[in-house]
Design a protein around this ligand. Structure first.
Ligand SMILES: [Zn+2]
Length: 201
């Protein structure tokens, strides 16, 4: 599936104004809040999630972020009962995107975290979940959607640079492992660089 992302300056401006990805299905999560006064977006965090772990498809992730997951539907879900979390967006296996939180607001994706000495990454980051697992290769369509979102975010919030795109594992080492060894950072960064170069022509 080829995504139909538009990454023009105009669409980046719209994203900065509205906080909403035009290409995503909007499914608002209550698990969010305002960013602290003066906090601007300067970091993109890549995660993975699958529910139950290692199983793809279905609506469990969306239900989890909306606090509507039936915690008896699978034994693993009992461990999630008291959690209230979210991410700004989820990229499914086919590259389609669901957005849960406005990019202008603070999603609850990073937890205790630190990037370049700055703590509480939720304050100043955008969190993108890939439907996946640490040891399962991601789909080409997911890399493509992620690179498009990253490019849009970098255009909308220029403080986000390729160097300020990190994994959850990088901002919460020892506590989190996602997006895992299966995420091909070299491939992703290459794709992003090619898109950036293409934009400058
Ligand atoms: Zn994560």
């Amino acid at each position: 599936m080829t995504s139909n992302f538009v990454t023009t300056a105009r669409s980046a401006r719209q994203l900065r104004q509205t906080g909403r990805l035009a290409q995503a299905r909007w499914s608002p999560s209550p698990n969010c809040g305002k960013r602290p006064e003066g906090a601007d977006v300067s970091l993109l965090v890549v995660h993975n999630i699958s529910l139950p772990p290692g199983h793809f498809g279905g609506d469990y992730i969306e239900q989890f972020f909306l606090n509507t997951l039936d915690n008896t539907a699978h034994p693993y879900f009992a461990t999630l009962a008291d959690l209230a979390v979210s991410a700004h967006a989820l990229i499914r296996r086919d590259g389609s995107v669901i957005q849960f939180v406005s990019f202008l607001d603070r999603a609850w994706h990073a937890g205790r975290s630190q990037f370049c000495g700055q703590e509480e990454c939720n304050d100043f980051s955008i969190g993108i979940e890939l439907e996946g697992a640490d040891n399962v290769p991601y789909e080409v369509a997911q890399y493509e959607a992620l690179a498009n979102i990253a490019l849009l975010v970098m255009r909308a919030w220029p403080q986000v640079t390729p160097e300020r795109i990190a994994g959850h594992c990088d901002i919460a080492p020892g506590r989190k492992t996602d997006p895992g060894a299966s995420f091909d950072w070299a491939y992703f960064r290459n794709q992003l660089q090619r898109m950036i170069a293409g934009r400058q022509v």
